[in-house]
Design a protein around this ligand. Sequence first.
Ligand code: ADP
Ligand code: MG
Length: 502
Amino acid sequence: MDYAHSYVIFAVNLRNEFMANPVDKYEAVIGLEIHTQLLTKTKAFSTDIAEYGAMPNTNVSVVNLGHPGTLPRHNKEAVNMALRVGLACGCDITSYCLYARKNYFYADLPKGYQITQDKTPLCTGGSVRIKKEDGSVKDVLLTRIHMEEDSGKSIHDMDLHNSLIDYNRAGTTLVEIVTEPVLRSGEEAGLFVSEVRKLVRYLDVCDGNMEEGSLRCDANISVRLKGATEFGTKVEVKNMNSISNVRKAIEFEVERQVEAVEKGEKLVQETRSFDAVKGITFSMRAKEVATDYRYFPEPDLPPLIVTDEWIDKVRANMPKLPEELYNEFTSDYGLSHYDASVLTENKEVAQYYLDILGHTANFKAAANYLMGPVKAYLNRNAIELSDFALKPRHIADLIRLVDDGTVSNAVAEQKLFGALIERPDETALSIAEEMNVIQNSDDDFLDGLITKALEAFPDKVEEYKNGKKGLLGLFMGEVMKQSGGKADPKLTSQKLRDKLEA
Ligand code: ADP
Ligand code: MG
């Protein structure tokens, strides 16, 4: 290598050294723990009502307070729900589960321990597929899914001098979903939480409400140099009450850790909290380790035995999952990735879509209606699909009137749709007749309007003939206006072109 050449290489290296973003040298390693509160009628091990928003401390019995002589009991409905989650994620189901006591002292834990599953979680393995914005997919591997009871709720911001405690939540059932440390960015973590939330909602096991805390996510985060095989020191971040906060907290934390490592600081294993207002994480406490909890088998509960028959019964009653519907929508109905994603985002919407298809075979028009005028109407009026006046057959009727040429698409969407919402007991056709918007494809009527439109703009006709084809829209607009929306647009444009190009 000549002298000058090596000089250039030196300069390039020097530039890379100083200009490269230090974050690019590192890789984030993230594992999530998601707690979902099950929608069971009663609590995990007692007959107390499990209900959000009840008067504080009204659903608390001696079982949940751990009074001597009381005994917890298995809640079959809770196990059914947990099994649905496990089966939906393709987990292995453990046939013999022993519950464990996790001991710690906290004011909102009246028994002084939490019943959980330690060595024998109900489900192991499995995965949840996420679809990234660049179109790629990733199967996020799960370590385990286990059942446990929740603690009570401490409220620190209602009284100036005291912490308030509501024990209603103590003893309600949680299903905890734990991932392997396989997530690599805030984006991936956010997509995973959103996929899990969608799944538990489809399965009717959890309402997925992050603000009310019925779905809570803790993120374990560490960083390491790209290519390294060892994990770095992990930090656990709590208190992210929305998906966008999960993403923000992770992005902040990764950057903080990279900066610390770059400065040669040593990270400590700790639990941090996310401050959504400032967009930062701050230290709460040093991380507990498993031995702090003195786990031991729960002596008051018999083992939970899950037979193959039980699993088969739960499997037989599983609803269709979003992934399945997505595949059906894209392959059987030819919908795009975008349309199929939007329509399977929520079970009610997917079902409504399928119900429209019970009345029409125009798959694309049904999707367009649901994602266009219906969605806009629901948003504008802040209502849910279940409160919407139009039933799937109404939408199918509107689509049919357009398809058979009775009304134009614009009339159906802009006039009939709204009128039908006001009078859902009438038919779309009778309303169309009454509103006098039935499309007229009668030749004489249309020819007359076309002649008039062309006569009104003689110079534009000349320009069109000289090659300015875009003027067709002007003539179309004129004919449509004069017809009061009743001219058939397809026929009109055909006739106009014939006349102009004759
Ligand atoms: P702990 O016993 O501290 O709760 P676990 O081994 O049970 O830790 O893991 C809890 C979560 O942390 C899991 O989601 C796991 O994937 C994740 N995790 C473990 N080690 C790391 C690491 N070094 N960096 C990031 N996440 C990790
Ligand atoms: Mg843990």
